[in-house]
Design a protein around this ligand. Sequence first.
Ligand SMILES: [Zn+2]
Length: 308
Amino acid sequence: MPEGDTIRRMAAAFQERHEGAVIKKSTFRHPRLATASFDGRTILSADARGKHLLVRFDDGRTLHAHMLMQGRVTFRPAYDVPQWRRRFEFTLDSGVVTGIDVPKLDIIKTKDEERILAYLGPDLCGRYDHEKAVERLRSAGPAPLGGALLNQRLIAGFGNIYAVETPFICGITPFQPVDTIPDIHRVVAIGAALIRTNARLGPQRTTGQPRQRMEQWILPSARRRCLICGSRVERYSGKQSPWQRRLGVCPNCQKRRDPAPVDLDRVRSLLHAHPAFDTLDLDAGTLTVPTLEPVEVRGRYRTGPVAE
Ligand SMILES: [Zn+2]
């Protein structure tokens, strides 16, 4: 799922392969950009802000893309995908880039990027200010935790995986009001450590288990019973959940409480196998690694269900 970590990896792969490349032919299949062209232009850089991808050109323009839940970018022609789904295609002197199912596409002036994206909260996988992020999330007050984690104006980068998995790891229901969680800074630190580590190393895993189908605790809809206590998982579809995203909750591990502090023993036992655990000071509710520079991505970028 394209969340802040996926987009950061996507931008890094884009930059590594095509920085300085010249576009021989550009095609857009998007209502507003049907006549747009980058033919002959050079790619200066590719970058990410939260869940937004920014590709900058040498004529002062930036391609601004938001993937929502389904968009992806692949570095091949993708002829196996129907043409109308290939929202943009670039043929460069360095290869091919295809934007598949990208729902939001826009061309903006590079100098306007900061102003246009100023509404976003601290960027989890970018220059991330943890204290500011905690302060912003706390301002959500009585809003339910799961919905608040998804609010990009508070913190930019979390998507549904982290909004569902982080409360589960903490032993808190995603319906818990933010202002009843006394150590909300720990919740933010755990989510930030997970997404930054996954942006750096690869798969969107929250369990630390390398095995397929074991990468997340409770979000996969095939998981009928809680991996920790065996209770039947409560499932909500996008239509049933108050913030329109599918949801899994363990009614036993994630009881509504007042107040609802983070269960530290549970976090230690669930996260110890995940490399994010080494970047986390759980007692202080902070990260032990520098976060004020964007995550340095390692390894190969994966495009998800449409294989490269
Ligand atoms: Zn459980």
